[in-house]
Structures are given as C-alpha cells and as structure tokens.
Design a protein around this ligand. Structure first.
Ligand SMILES: C[S@@+](CC[C@H](N)C(=O)[O-])C[C@H]1O[C@@H](n2cnc3c(N)ncnc32)[C@H](O)[C@@H]1O
Length: 540
C-alpha cells in the first residue's frame, strides 16, 4: 500500500478550514489530528507537523496523533527542522508502532543542522572528509550526548550523503587507530554507527585497503568492534522451520526470483504504522455497495507475495482480530523475517506459507480479499499469475493489486538495460556503483535515483536496479484484462496529491472510472509513481 495514504476515515471527517484560535495543548487527540489535516489541506504541513510533535513531546501517544505525524513526515520533504520539537521526535523514534523511516531522516537533519555537526560537516564539504573525521572524533563527548543524532542512527536508515562520507571517514580513522575505541564516548558512537550499518546492510563503500586492514588486525575486542562497523547484520532464518510449504516451485522465473529474495529478503523494515483494529475492513466495505464483506464478519484474506511481512502484518491488524490472513511467498528467508515480526507485533491472525502463486489452487482455499502488491510483475506472465489468484477469490470478493507502471518506470527500465553487470551482481559491485553515483552522478536520472528511498540499503537497491525479472504493465493492458475477466474496477490507491489533481481535472464521480484515469495519465505523465495500486471486485 502507499505508505503515505492518509487515514481514510479521518480525512473524510476533516473538511473544514483550520481555526485560528485552536489551542492544541488543551484539545483532544482526535481534534489535534483533525486540525493537523486541516492545516495540511490548507497548504501548511510545516505547521501541522510542528503542532503534532509539540503535543507528542508532552507525552501524548494516541495512535491517531502518532500516525498522522508519521504520514506527514513521509509525504512532504523540506521541513524547517529547527522548529520541530526534539522531545516529540525522540518519542516517535522510540516507538516501533509508528513508521519511523521519514522521521529518522528528519531527526538526523535536525541534528546535522546544529553545532558541532554543522561545523564538522562543513569542514568535510570545504576541505577533506579525513579532516572532518578528526574533528568528529575530537568532539566525541558532545556527539555521544546528542540523543537525537544517536537515536536517529539507531532507528532507521539515514539518507544524507555528506554524513555518509563523514562516517565512512570516521570508520577508516578508527581502523587506523583502534585504540581510540577505548574512549567511552567514541565506543558508544561506534555502536550507533554499527547499528546504522546493520540497518543499511553495509551499503557504504569499503575499500580494498580497509578489507586488508581488518584482516590484519590482531584478535580482540577492537577487532570485533571494527568488524561489526563494516559487516552489517548477520541475517538468520531462525523461524524458517515453522513455515509450511504448498505445491512445488518448478517455474523457471519463479525459481530465479525466489533465489534473489532468498539471498536478499525485501524490504528489511523495523517499524510500521499500527492501524486501528478493523479500520481496513471498514475501508474495504466502503469500496462498493455489493461487495461480500458487508455480510462477513470473519473475512479470509490472502496476501500473495508477502515478502518480509510488513504489508501482511498491517493487513492482519487492519482487518481485525476476527479476520484470518494468510501470507505466501517464494522466499523462505523473507517469510522467516515476517514470522519474527509477527511475534514482535503480537499478531495472532496471520499465518505464513512458502510456495508459488502459480500453485495457489493447491491450497484448496478461497478468499474474501486478496492483496498482491509489487509481485505480479516479477512473475513469468503477470496476467496468468493474476488469473491464478482470481481463481481463489470468492464471488463479489475484493482484490488489491500493485504492479509496476510501464510509463512511470520507462526511464528506470532504460537505465537498467544500460547497466553493465554480471548476473546477479555482487554486493561489492552494488556498493561501488552506488558510491560513484553519489560522488559523481552522470545525469539527471542518476541525480533523481539517488534521492529514492530504495537507495538506502543493499536489498532495496538490488530490487530497484538489478531485479532478475520484471515486466511493467500499462493501464491499457490492465483495462483489457479487467474487461476480459469480468472484473469491476473500483478505485486507485494513489497518493493524496495525485487523487486531488485527478478530482480537480475529472471530478469526484470519475474516481471509479478507469478510462478517465487512462486519459488523466495521458495528460499527466507523472500521475503515478513507480507502481499502480488499485482495487477490483470479482462479480458474482
Ligand atoms: C518486491 S517484493 C514485495 C513484497 C511485499 N509484497 C511488499 O510490498 O513489501 C516481491 C515479493 O514477491 C515474491 N514473489 C515473486 N514472485 C512470486 C511468486 N510467483 N509466488 C509467490 N511469491 C512471489 C518475492 O519472493 C518477493 O518477496
């Protein structure tokens, strides 16, 4: 799902102009969240986030308020970070039931915008990163005390290339003088950098001389700490034994794609926006008057291609405890990650199974709802895979589909085709390519790609640039398939900005008209980001 799509019911309730006399310190959490959305709609997301963080900083932890702050952080760039509350940011960063990816980024920008980091990074930008690393280590005591900097590093991947170049130089300096790790503030900063390296799967460049330096270090505590600074997480599939299989994976593309995601489970997530229980069921019921969910209290849900489980867990929580959700995927290591997170979030109504969606009928089950996001385009024949899934969808059941858009990905597909690499590329090759793109992007396309959230980790970058198989689709192909299968198109789950533009252009009543969307895309080539996400309904 589009992580930035805001809470549907809350947005629907909030259609008034923001009041000038609103006193958020005295208002209820619902009123605070509603006021924030009014401010956002009035074009002032900065004021909305400032107000929410201020309130969160006083200890308010109502889910609605936390989720609205997280959604705002994910939707807009370029916040003025100096006026955002530090206690509010810290409270959010310490809460895994809130999607923290963009919040960690904002927190880090705030930490980097003040003394001493602003001076140190300036020294790197105008001089050398080696000099900056020396200043950084000299200021270790102050930096180790900066809760925002340390927490942001430990919470989620941070995308700030000047900081990355600084921390790479700090790492090199520590390798040259391991005795500095005996200093307590230096050691505690090194631990935070190690966590960042775990989170980004050691995506930062490591030179040959550093590899040699690590090998030549005498065994001991310093060697272990330095190895960890370069290594990233050791991925385990400790939960794999408990996951059953169905069918047999024999399709050549499925085997290739399965192998890729077995070696590089995707995405590696650490937090999510916990939804209101049953909120997703209410939303799904509202998609059409005659869908079967109106008379079903215990829906059966299939998440086809659930990967590492973030979407499956959001669905299991959002369809409510009475629903029973099954997540299937080719990759056992991805499923193992999902199983671990299922325990972390205490989800009781999600089960997992390994198998190919081409074999889904061997489960001998049908479902009221099927969701498959970011999967069909990785199969040999996306339409055939979609057909297999429709075979197990009950009459008047709902299906959410997310597939790559051929037009939105045209530039990326061309770029991928021009990349010279062995199949599959090694981690080192991906690190080097990424580093070269950061230091000397060759064109506008590379300049835009390095801003993408998929640029932060090895598995994301592999998924973005080196996927072993992907077939993006056009809206015309999707419309033809929907017509052939006798499905009803319901709506797109597009970003709030795209939905607003569409309503302005075509009117609210056209939201369920796929032809109107096709025309809209023709007039607005940037209407969709990489993927189309939409809902269809099977007819009786
Ligand atoms: C890009 S990931 C998306 C994961 C998840 N849906 C999400 O949105 O985070 C694609 C996933 O689809 C799975 N997949 C691809 N082809 C599949 C197939 N034929 N059967 C089952 N899973 C498949 C892959 O193993 C991988 O985990």
């Amino acid at each position: 799902m589009d992580a930035r799509a805001h809470d549907v019911s809350l947005r629907a309730m909030t259609d008034h102009e923001p009041s000038r006399n609103f006193n958020h310190r005295r208002a209820t959490p619902l009123a605070v969240a509603q006021h924030a959305i009014s401010l956002e709609r009035a074009g002032d997301p900065q004021a909305a986030l400032e107000m929410l963080l201020d309130r969160i900083g006083t200890g308010v932890n109502a889910r609605l308020v936390l989720r609205t702050a997280s959604n705002l952080a994910a939707t807009y760039a370029d916040f003025n970070v100096s006026s955002l509350s530090e206690p509010g940011l810290l409270n959010l960063l310490n809460n895994p039931t809130v999607d923290r990816a963009s919040l960690a980024q904002i927190a880090m920008f705030k930490a980097m915008s003040r003394w001493p980091l602003i001076k140190i990074i300036g020294a790197g930008e105008t001089g050398t990163w080696d000099i900056a690393a020396g200043l950084f280590l000299d200021a270790a005591e102050e930096i180790a005390d900066d809760a925002l900097f340390i927490t942001a590093l430990e919470t989620d991947t941070v995308q700030a290339f000047n900081l990355e170049l600084l921390l790479i130089a700090v790492r090199t300096k520590l390798l040259q003088k391991p005795e500095r790790l005996k200093n307590t503030p230096v050691a505690s900063i090194a631990l935070a950098i190690t966590r960042q390296v775990e989170l980004n799967e050691a995506v930062w460049l490591q030179s040959d001389s550093e590899t040699a330096g690590l090998e030549n270090l005498p065994s001991g505590a310093a060697k272990s700490m330095l190895n960890a600074l370069y290594e990233g997480a050791n991925y385990t599939d400790d939960e794999a034994h408990s996951i059953p299989t169905f069918g047999t994976i024999t399709d050549e593309v499925s085997m290739k794609v399965g192998a890729q995601y077995a070696n590089a489970p995707y995405p590696r997530w650490t937090s999510l926006n916990v939804p209101e229980a049953s909120g997703r069921l209410t939303m799904a019921r509202s998609l059409s008057n005659d869908n079967r969910l109106h008379r079903i209290k215990r829906p059966g849900v299939l998440i086809a291609g659930c990967g590492t489980g973030q979407h499956a867990i959001v669905s299991a929580l959002g369809y409510g405890p009475k629903s029973s959700v099954l997540g299937v995927d080719l990759s056992r290591t991805s499923l193992s990650y999902a199983a671990r997170m299922t325990k972390t979030f205490a989800v009781k109504n999600l089960t997992l199974a390994q198998g190919d969606i081409l074999d889904i009928d061997s489960l001998d089950r049908t479902f009221d709802i099927i969701e498959s996001i970011g999967v069909l385009h990785h199969t040999a024949d996306p339409m055939e895979s979609w057909r297999q899934l429709l075979n197990v969808l009950k009459p008047r059941g709902l299906m959410a589909v997310g597939v790559y858009s051929a037009s939105a990905r045209a530039g990326l597909s061309k770029y991928r085709a021009g990349l010279d690499h062995t199949e599959p590329p090694s981690d080192d090759m991906i690190r080097t390519l990424r580093h070269n793109m950061i230091c000397a992007p060759q064109n506008d396309f590379e300049r835009s790609i390095i801003q993408s959230a998929d640029f932060n980790t090895l598995s994301n970058l592999r998924d973005l640039l080196f996927n072993v198989h992907e077939i993006p689709l056009t809206l015309l192909e999707i419309r033809d398939f929907i017509d052939q299968q006798g499905l009803r198109f319901l709506c797109f789950d597009a970003s709030p900005a795209t939905t607003t533009r569409f309503i302005d252009a075509k009117g609210h009543n056209a939201l369920g008209d796929l032809d109107a969307w096709i025309a809209f895309e023709g007039e607005n080539s940037d209407a969709f980001e990489a993927m189309y996400v939409f809902w269809v309904q099977a007819l009786a």
